[in-house]
Unconditional design. Structure first.
Length: 424
């Protein structure tokens, strides 16, 4: 969660390598300088892309590194409601906050299940640390397998997420131990590359995106300090500015169904081919990531446009992750734009005005649907083709950035078009 500060939209960042105030000297990254990741200082040169370090499974330790006395390694059983609740509570109290500590992600079990039990998931990748005496869960890290294409090479990665250390155990170098453990587990499965995002600058981002926010419920966003009242404006002007129609406008738009999966995968694969870095979806993965699960709180919303010939010509999706408003214990319901694709982007001679018009129509409908779903704000990153609609759809630049990283893979900087799944 990041603050809306009404910054200049022309500053959209697409894939600029990290630079400036947040970067420590390489020597200050005591842990990261020992890892197979690109280091600062070699930017600018065009590098041969590929793995940095080649190993075999035989070389990998069969046992985890010992933890300091008083703590034990565990794997967490997310199919067990009690253990799921423990992960939820650890993250709810100790996971990512904005710089001013006003908001903290509140990943409810439905979202955690969606994110960490994707096709190919295994329990051994839900790695926890418990206090030996109290059995309290004090740290966690997880990964799911993701096939990613970087330019013309495709490989399997462990997509790492939900790294969290209890506030009382911070600064004790536990995070590197967790990272080494998820690396070891991956390596034993023959997975040598990693994929992750973070708000912090580490050696060395492959791409950097900025967060944009589009108010849906302005009074609530203002009330909790997310959206300031611009100088010279009045609350009612803001409410009017962000009002959306009651119904969608795109002809043929409807919720995605299971029978659409193959058509969506085909469309999305062709659309994502336009970008330098993107995940590859199997039908099973598309089903998991895009279709809401029955009988649980809805996490993901996906829509398609079906034309008169029953072809799926367009697709978009967004998911919801709540953020706790720390001062009053309420929650903001935050929509995140997920994947989208449109035939308008796939003509043989790229027609940018047509693509721009179509994306604006689709995202406008997405805003209508998100509002209907009672979501308070709609977030998007400066990636894919988002620069074509952010301004027109009244998104404002936030002060948060998201850095994308590859582990054990050297890649030249990528402008836009990265794995939006990693917004999680
Ligand atoms: S990003 C979300 C991370 N979580 C949070 O921000 C939640 C709130 N914060 C915390 O829980 C703690 O502050 C964390 C650090 C756990 C973040 N990614 O133990 P320490 C480096 C990577 O003393 P603590 C997400 O989940 C830091 O630069 N490294 O610090 C994706 C320093 O190293 P160096 C990080 O504050 C995670 C060292 O840790 C991060 O107690 C992807 C200090 O350790 C960070 N977000 O704990 C992980 N923050 O000395 C990498 C700090 O070198 C996966 N550090 O500067 C790599 C791929 C692995 C798979 C490979 C497969 C082959």
């Amino acid at each position: 969660a990041t603050m809306l500060k009404g910054m200049n939209l022309s500053e959209i960042m697409t894939g600029l390598a990290a630079s400036g105030k947040n970067v420590k000297d390489m020597g200050a990254y005591k842990f990261w300088q020992t890892q197979p990741v690109p280091q600062f200082g070699e930017e600018g040169k065009k590098l041969e892309e590929g793995p940095l370090k080649i190993q075999t499974v035989e070389e990998i330790d069969k046992e985890p590194q010992p933890l300091v006395a008083g703590f034990d390694w565990v794997t967490v059983d997310l199919t067990d409601d009690g253990e799921m609740k423990e992960v939820y509570e650890l993250l709810n109290g100790h996971y990512v906050e904005d710089d001013e500590a006003m908001f903290r992600f509140n990943y409810i079990p439905e979202v955690l299940r969606w994110a960490m039990m994707a096709p190919g998931w295994q329990r051994k990748y839900h790695i926890g640390v418990r206090a030996t005496e109290s059995r309290k869960l004090v740290a966690f890290i997880s990964a799911v397998p993701v096939n990613i294409r970087v330019r013309n090479k495709t490989f399997t990665t462990s997509e790492v997420n939900f790294l969290c250390v209890h506030k009382k155990l911070r600064g004790k170098r536990l995070a590197p131990v967790l990272i080494k453990e998820v690396t070891r587990i991956s390596n034993l499965d023959g997975v040598w590359q990693g994929l992750y995002t973070a708000g912090v600058v580490l050696p060395r981002p492959v791409s950097t995106c900025r967060y944009y926010h589009r108010a849906l419920n302005w009074p609530k966003l203002h009330g909790c300090g997310f959206s300031p009242l611009p100088a010279g404006s009045k609350p009612q002007y803001q409410v009017r500015k962000y009002a959306v129609p009651d119904g969608t406008a795109t002809k043929g738009l409807r919720p995605m169904r299971e029978t659409d999966v193959d058509a969506v995968v085909s469309l999305l694969t062709r659309y994502l081919a336009r970008f330098d870095m993107a995940p590859e979806f199997t039908a099973e993965e598309a089903k998991h990531w895009f279709l809401p699960k029955k009988d649980v709180k809805q996490v993901i919303w996906s829509y398609v446009v079906e034309d008169n010939n029953k072809n799926i010509t367009d697709f978009f999706s967004f998911f919801c992750v709540e953020s706790s408003i720390i001062k009053n214990n309420e929650v903001l319901r935050v929509a995140y734009l997920f994947y989208y694709a449109t035939e308008a982007g796939l003509t043989t001679t790229p027609d940018k005005p047509a693509l721009k018009a179509r994306l604006n129509a689709l995202i406008h409908d997405a805003l209508v649907l998100a509002k209907k779903a009672k979501l308070d704000v709609f977030n998007a990153l400066s990636l894919m083709d988002n620069g074509l609609f952010l301004e027109q759809q009244k998104f404002g630049g936030g002060d948060g950035q998201l850095h994308y990283y590859l582990f054990n893979y050297r890649a030249n900087p990528i402008a836009g078009g990265v794995n939006a799944k990693n917004q999680l």
